[in-house]
Design a protein around this ligand. Structure first.
Ligand code: 5GP
Length: 182
């Protein structure tokens, strides 16, 4: 495990925020909540690439209900720390949808625009049950209409990296979550 020191990525410094053991404990609790919620139903899991991959890799072995798996990808952020353009698919959901309850798996819900975009699209395509599990949620930044039902950590409105999340494609490999230094 990397030592818990500040790290530099490109032009920014990030400080340790949530450690890998803390994340893993919380992911276990999230999995238990999902197992309770879905019971024996078959679910269509939709990880939202790319930041959610590490979260999803930890979560999948803990899920006890049957699932189908279809990754989607949405382009919103380029290399900056704020939204640059409206969300658009770079990898779209299956068409037609298989008619299963959908669980979107996100790394972080910030303004909620990305989640709103996907959920609106799925509802328009005829889905009736769409939920989201997000490792991180920023309530102070949130302006959306569809809050994630399952949240790992509510965090303040500061940019985070590590555990799969990047800053301009750097930092995804870090085992812990780091926060932009004040
Ligand atoms: P939203 O549409 O909710 O504002 O943003 C969703 C996406 O923005 C996330 O999936 C993630 O890619 C990116 N994002 C938002 N906040 C952060 C952050 O603090 N750190 C990183 N690395 N990405 C973020």
């Amino acid at each position: 495990m990397d030592s818990l020191h500040p790290i530099a990525l490109r032009d920014k410094t990030f400080v340790p925020y949530i450690t890998q053991p803390q994340i893993e404990t919380r992911v276990q609790q999230l999995a238990a909540a999902l197992n309770d919620y879905y019971g024996t139903q078959t679910v269509l899991l939709m990880p939202i690439l790319t930041g959610a991959l590490r979260f999803v890799a930890g979560l999948l072995p803990l899920l006890e209900f049957p699932y189908e798996l279809h990754c989607i990808q949405i382009s919103t952020y380029a290399t900056e720390m704020s939204a640059q353009k409206a969300p658009a698919y770079t990898l779209a959901p299956p068409c037609p949808l298989p008619g299963l309850p959908v669980l979107l798996l996100e790394d972080i819900v910030d303004t909620g625009h990305t989640l709103d975009f996907v959920i609106q699209d799925l509802l328009q395509a005829g889905e009736t049950e769409v939920q989201c599990a997000s490792l991180l949620f920023k309530p102070a930044a949130y302006k959306g209409a569809h809050r994630p039902r399952f949240v790992g950590f509510e965090i303040p409105n500061a940019f985070v990296v590590g555990y799969g999340l990047d800053y301009a494609q750097q930092g995804r490999h870090l085992p812990h979550l780091y926060q932009l230094a004040p």
